[in-house]
Design a protein around this ligand. Structure first.
Ligand code: PA5
Length: 446
């Protein structure tokens, strides 16, 4: 079976093979700890065996709920923030037609997102457009108390109920939350919404293979069974494969070897705009998992070749504290051949007869070599093609590598204590009941 491939060859001008291999035993030990649930933060490692544990019955329930929504709506608004929406958005964008929003006859509802910002204009414009659209809501919050999604849900629930009535609104709202705790659970039970549970032992950013990711992905018309099969294949492969060939262990080891040499920023680069939101998901996964205790590689991303005309200068010649990980797709879905032009004013006839993807691949290779020459080590991840199976492999690969990498860094990759700081200041400033002391203190600082 073909898998996604990882190559670290182009880092070897910067770190020796031994510097990577010195993490061999440690990374193997961490992989075992993740599977056995014996490492730091082990109360949140339920995602490790998720792909092999998801049952056909669970997938059927998700698919049937998606079908139920599809019969009634043109647009699904996924309300959630952080790990409660990034995975679904990443997969949906990776698998969708780039111009879905312009296709009049979409057989699947368009999935859009809210609750990831507190922009009044965003919410106004969203509500304005939804007034004339048959829409449904998938509200996702593990804690059930996060402000951004709760605020968006309050507004959209009211809009939906006013538009179609309370009974029909109930048919169009699905809540994904904790089994028993939190305001969203209470509300969903009171209103009688269809609900799915986010398992206690799976944190937000590792939840894409639970209903959190799977329901919105199924509504968008993608094959969730294949996605899970891909993740399962990668689960098996990373357990059964020796360090030398194991993409997750090698990735975790290589990035830590580079980090120890002062390469503190990792840029995830893609050559296909569909992967933009895979990078957004990846940034949350790695940023929240590793950025703590004054440690961690800063995860950044670029879309190429577009950003070669903006960030390219910095990557080539700026401060040499970065390394680059390129996401490459071996085979395109479609074929576009460059035509010959009689006038040849653009002087591009030397490309006539070639596929556009050949140009893209040479841009990728040329950029990789230029960046390596400029002092930027390069890791390469290749997907045979962009489909559910390989996206499933990629998601699991990044997750398991992140767990191992966080353990090498000696942090708990499954908590996010730093996220609370802004919330507490915001509540103090908004004079939330219970925050009187904080309100007093923060006002003295203004
Ligand atoms: O990874 C995480 O745990 C976080 O990013 C959460 O997903 C995010 O804060 C949203 O939390 P909740 O689902 O509780 O609303």
């Amino acid at each position: 079976m073909e898998h996604i491939k990882l190559s670290v060859e182009k880092t070897l001008n910067f770190v020796d093979r031994e510097e990577i291999f010195k993490y061999k035993e440690e990374s193997e030990k961490h992989l075992t700890a993740l599977h056995e649930g014996t490492g730091k933060g082990n109360e949140y490692t339920g995602w490790v065996n998720l792909p092999s544990k998801i049952t056909a019955v669970e997938l059927k329930d998700i698919q049937e709920t998606a079908n139920h929504l599809k019969e009634r709506i043109e647009v699904l608004v996924v309300i959630g923030i952080g790990g409660s929406y990034l995975g679904a958005k990443a997969v949906n964008d990776a698998l969708a037609n780039n111009f879905d929003m312009l296709q009049a006859d979409n057989e699947n509802p368009l999935v859009i997102y809210a609750g990831q910002n507190i922009s009044e204009d965003y919410l106004y414009e969203l509500m304005e457009i939804l007034e004339n659209i048959e829409f449904g809501i998938c509200v996702i919050s593990k804690s059930g108390t996060t402000t951004e999604p709760a605020l968006a849900f309050r507004l959209l629930k009211e809009l939906l109920e006013e538009g179609v009535g309370k009974e029909e609104a109930k048919e169009r709202i699905v809540a994904i939350t904790d089994e028993s705790k939190g305001a969203l659970r209470t509300l969903a039970d009171q209103e009688g919404y269809k609900t799915f549970v986010i398992p206690d032992n799976v944190g937000g950013r590792y939840s894409v293979l639970t209903p959190v990711g799977l329901l919105p992905i199924a509504v968008a018309g993608h094959d969730i069974t294949k996605l899970v099969e891909g993740a399962k294949a990668m689960q098996k492969y990373t357990v059964a494969t020796d360090f030398e060939e194991n993409p997750a262990l090698l990735y975790a080891a290589t990035r830590n070897a580079l980090y120890s040499k002062g390469k503190e920023i990792e840029i995830l680069a893609n050559y296909n705009p569909k992967l933009h939101n895979i990078a957004e998901w990846w940034k949350q996964l790695y940023g929240e998992s590793e950025g703590k205790e004054n440690k961690g590689i800063f995860p950044a991303s670029v879309d190429l070749t577009s950003d070669l005309h903006s960030m390219g200068q910095y990557i080539q010649e700026g401060k040499r504290n970065i390394f680059e990980t390129v996401l490459s797709i071996a085979k395109t879905k479609y074929k576009v051949v460059i035509p010959k032009d009689k006038g040849n004013l653009d002087k591009l006839n030397f490309l006539a007869g070639k596929r556009v993807d050949e140009v893209n691949k040479m841009a990728e290779l040329g950029t990789q070599l230029a960046h390596v020459d400029g002092g930027v080590p390069n890791i390469r991840i290749e997907l045979p093609e962009l489909n559910e199976f390989y996206i499933g492999e990629l998601l699991y690969f990044f997750e398991i590598a992140c767990g191992v990498s966080g353990y090498i860094l000696d942090v708990n990759p499954f908590d996010q204590p730093g996220v609370e700081a802004y919330k507490s200041n915001m509540f103090a400033l908004l004079e939330k009941p219970g925050f009187e002391e904080e309100t007093k203190k923060i006002k003295e600082r203004l």
